[in-house]
Design a protein around this ligand. Structure first.
Ligand SMILES: Nc1ncnc2c1ncn2[C@@H]1O[C@H](COP(=O)(O)OP(=O)(O)OP(=O)(O)O)[C@@H](O)[C@H]1O
Length: 369
């Protein structure tokens, strides 16, 4: 594999505002042309990372490099990075053309070049012919695309997007998710996208950084993070899950709710208290006594694609199950969980320790670097 230049690299970046530490030792290596997402709850530091990459905020410690060149002390307007903001920050009294042309006009680019670049940017976001419209005449989704065109017209190496879909209604938001993903692949620009919506992150990203209180807790492909969350925080944040106290019996053997189960986790000391995460769609319903656990159906909600069932086992542990099967309230059922549906999480395992253990015991089935 060739050693490609990193698009963005943050080394040991920390940030404090007065005595409040908002980012702690952030290391990120972003490859060219990938779709990256910073995911985490409000206030965890996502926007601050974007602002540090863009050059609007200076890191208290650490370095930032873009396309292999350190830019820690280079001002924002000298970086080949553009940002699409949550509220788009468009000028409402100006036309679409003037909005997109604004940055180039300030840089005193000649009129003909501006025209060519603006029309090309409009084409990239599929808004050909809209240049003379007033911004006020554009729909939410169209404004969104104008904001993206305004960023693209500068031909950035990296596009930063700070919750760009949050102002849109659900249907439009889903459409724009497809559109943004397709645009990113077509242009081959590195995207760094910020959201607190885990479904959006899973659907759009090549790689996700899950953040909590100014730190990266876990990073990986959407399926890595969904299937193998490092801890309860990530498991809970990324989708619905059953999280249960358990004890490691041996390699590939774990005990919970009074039963022993085969699992795919190893390298954890025998007898260690752990937690297991089991996704609701991974619990199979059987006839009573045909599964590993017996339970009674408490509630059932129709969710369109599946039914969401809450059942209680004989020890009153709660189970969430997503299934296409229909059951009755009060019905006795069995629950069957396969070894590869059980994911063991240790308390206080660092991401390095976690990755090393997965590699050693489960084989690394990720794509080669
Ligand atoms: N200029 C500033 N001065 C002081 N504190 C700040 C400043 N900017 C951000 N913070 C604080 O830094 C922390 C991280 O903020 P940041 O905006 O990066 O979080 P976020 O994850 O993007 O949140 P949200 O999703 O709500 O935008 C917050 O506690 C915030 O109050």
């Amino acid at each position: 594999m060739s050693e490609a230049l990193l698009s963005v690299e943050l080394k040991n970046v920390s940030k404090h505002f007065d005595d409040q530490m908002v980012l702690k030792n952030i290391d990120m290596e972003l490859e060219q042309g990938q779709f990256y997402t910073l995911l985490g709850p409000s206030g965890c530091g996502k926007t601050t990372i974007l602002r540090i990459i863009a050059g609007f905020t200076k890191a208290s410690e650490g370095t930032v490099s873009i396309q292999g060149k350190e830019v820690t002390d280079i001002p924002a307007n000298k970086r080949k990075v553009n940002t699409v903001f949550q509220d788009y920050a468009l000028f409402p009294h100006m036309t679409v053309f003037d909005n997109i042309a604004f940055g180039l006009s300030v840089k005193k680019v000649d009129k003909q070049t501006i025209k060519e670049k603006v029309l090309a940017a409009l084409k990239q976001v599929r808004l050909e012919g809209y240049q003379d419209r007033n911004i006020n005449e554009m729909s939410g989704g169209q404004k969104q695309r104008v904001a993206i065109a305004r960023a693209l017209v500068n031909e950035p190496d990296v596009l930063l997007l700070d919750e760009p879909l949050s102002a849109l209604d659900l249907k439009l938001r889903t459409d724009m998710q497809y559109e943004l993903r397709e645009l990113q692949k077509r242009l081959g620009i590195t995207f760094v996208f910020v959201t607190h919506d885990q479904e959006e992150a899973l659907a759009m990203s090549d790689w996700i950084f899950v953040m909590d209180k100014g730190e990266i807790v876990q990073s990986g492909t959407p399926s890595d993070i969904y299937d193998e969350p490092i801890n309860r925080y990530v498991a809970d944040f990324i989708g619905e899950s059953n999280i249960i106290d358990a004890t490691m019996i041996d390699d590939y053997r774990v005990e919970f709710v009074g039963h022993e189960f085969d699992c795919e986790d190893a390298g954890i000391p025998k007898g260690e208290a752990v937690e297991v995460v089991i996704r609701p769609e991974d619990v199979r319903i059987t006839a009573p006594n045909q599964g590993q656990i017996n339970a009674t159906v408490d509630t059932m909600l129709f969710r369109g694609m599946f039914n969401e069932i809450i059942a209680y086992d004989d020890d009153q542990n709660e189970w969430m199950i997503h299934t296409t099967e229909k059951v009755e309230i009060g019905q006795k059922i069995g629950l069957q969980i396969g070894p590869n549906e059980i994911h063991v999480m240790r308390f206080n395992e660092t991401e390095e320790e976690f990755d090393a253990r997965l590699e050693q015991y489960e084989g690394d089935d990720d794509e080669e670097e």
